[in-house]
Design a protein around this ligand. Structure first.
Ligand code: EPU
Length: 427
């Protein structure tokens, strides 16, 4: 078992460079299945969720070649099956993008129900509704989703709720459909736009991504391409929160400041200074943080994926803050862990009320999911004493070189291996 040991109260200063966006990479890599040629994908984050997706493609017969540390070439021409390997696919939520990509390529896809972070019920009914509108039929049996179609046919699809995954999955299938597909109430996240740009660079015709109406004009063939993934909005936001937590002064490079606006606005409300440059933001803080209220919403609202990290900051703000989590059912599992560090937070359904305390104290804590782990990192960096974070594999699913990046900013963080305690035999 590996843990992070973080001695808090070290001010973060200097520069950090943000990696490619996880949630864009998890859709763009399987999108290469739709191409007749070789796709060179750059700015690929070196994180375990992405390695898992690459292994899935390789297992299915695609050739994936690494070029340096952050580029890959995917040649999916020899992909020989429409069945995704169960053991790998169930580890990540992004495996649901194989449904859209395989349906587009083979008119048949068999993929396990997705895994990933557990924040309550996470249905895929809108994905299935979209595939059905394109003419497909599906069955759910033994934890597997089996979708097939004779011919994908363009359709008008109105999503009942805004879903990033459903929007991107339908875009993936519809680029190979006959005719035009119109998605209404589409998600507008930067990674939706990134996927559309990637597909368009392969010869697809996807228009309107970034608005709530996306039009896809289907085509028969997509060619190879070279494409660079956008920077990770949430990794950037997490370093912004870490800088603020430690009264730091950090230049966060390789970002698109526009994607960070909702995060910057809330940090500024808390008294943090955020300066924008062309492809960087500088975050500085002096003085105590102010309370503020947060309501998570689909883009361009405040991202649910930043909610736990901001809660960790508000734990030591001056006054009482309220968080309203409107996107996910149950995304407060980290609260019990922050409470071990002295945070005063009460949760009622989708609301959390945070009474700011003077400081947090180190404690042994567990990362219950990816962003919960990120929140614990933010908390530990500012806390008094040395915090131990367990279950760090969740954090490494989404943050490239997190120890190296934090150490370069002056954090005292170590990854240590602790042998599992021997379980005594019952006699
Ligand atoms: N929903 C439905 N039916 C559906 C799909 C979604 O009811 O068919 C509901 C969900 O239960 C949820 C809401 O709609 O309450 C939004 O879900 P969405 O589909 O947008 O989320 P997702 O595709 O499952 C992706 C990211 C998450 C991120 C959300 C929201 C990936 C692999 N995952 O999940 O990322 O929180 O969008 O932005 O892209 C993370 O990176 O930490 C992470 C969890």
């Amino acid at each position: 078992m590996d843990k992070f040991l973080i001695a808090g109260e070290n001010r973060l200063t200097g520069e950090v460079s943000i990696s490619g966006a996880k949630n864009a990479a998890l859709a763009i890599i399987p999108a290469a299945i739709l191409s007749d040629g070789v796709c060179r994908i750059e700015n690929v984050p070196n994180i375990t969720d992405v390695s898992c997706m690459i292994h899935i493609l390789q297992d299915m017969g695609a050739k994936v070649r690494s070029i340096g540390r952050s580029a890959i070439e995917v040649d999916a021409s020899a992909l020989s099956t429409c069945v995704a390997p169960y053991a790998l696919a169930r580890q990540i939520r992004g495996s649901y993008y194989l449904l859209g990509a395989l349906l587009g390529r083979f008119h048949h896809a068999v993929v396990t129900m997705p895994g990933g972070c557990n924040f309550g019920v996470r249905p895929i009914d809108q994905h299935l509704k979209g595939f059905s509108a394109l003419g497909a039929t599906y069955s759910l049996d033994g934890g597997m989703v089996d979708v097939s179609v004779d011919e994908l046919t363009g359709a008008n699809i109105y999503f009942d709720g805004v879903s990033v995954g459903a929007t991107m999955n339908i875009v993936l299938a519809a680029v190979k459909a006959k005719g035009t597909t119109v998605i209404e109430n589409a998600a507008k996240e930067p990674h939706v736009v990134d996927l559309a740009n990637f597909l368009n660079s392969m010869g697809a015709d996807v228009r309107g991504a970034g608005t709530d109406v996306i039009k896809i004009y289907g085509c028969d063939h997509l060619h190879g391409t070279t494409y660079s993934i956008i920077p990770d909005q949430i990794e950037a936001g997490t370093y912004m929160a870490a800088a603020a937590a430690t009264s730091g002064d950090v230049l966060i490079k390789n970002v698109i400041p526009k994607h960070l606006e909702s995060i910057s606005a809330k940090l500024e409300e808390m008294g943090v200074t955020v300066e924008e440059f062309d492809d960087a933001v500088r975050v500085t803080r002096s003085g105590r943080l102010n309370k503020c209220n947060i309501k998570t919403l689909p883009h361009p609202g405040f991202p649910t994926d930043m909610q736990p990290q901001i809660a960790a900051l508000l734990a030591t703000a001056n006054g009482t803050s309220i968080i309203n989590e409107t996107v996910m059912d149950n995304r407060f599992r980290y609260v019990e862990e922050l409470k071990r560090m002295g945070a005063q937070i009460s949760v009622d359904g989708r609301l959390a009320v945070i009474e700011g305390v003077d400081h947090l104290n180190a404690a042994p804590v567990k990362a219950t999911d990816l962003r919960a782990g990120a929140a614990l990192l933010v908390a530990a960096l500012s806390a008094r004493g040395t915090t131990q974070i367990e279950d760090i594999e969740h954090i490494e699913r989404g943050y490239e070189d997190v120890t190296e990046k934090l150490r370069a900013l002056g954090a005292d963080i170590r990854r240590v291996h602790v042998p599992e305690p021997a379980v005594p035999c019952a006699i």
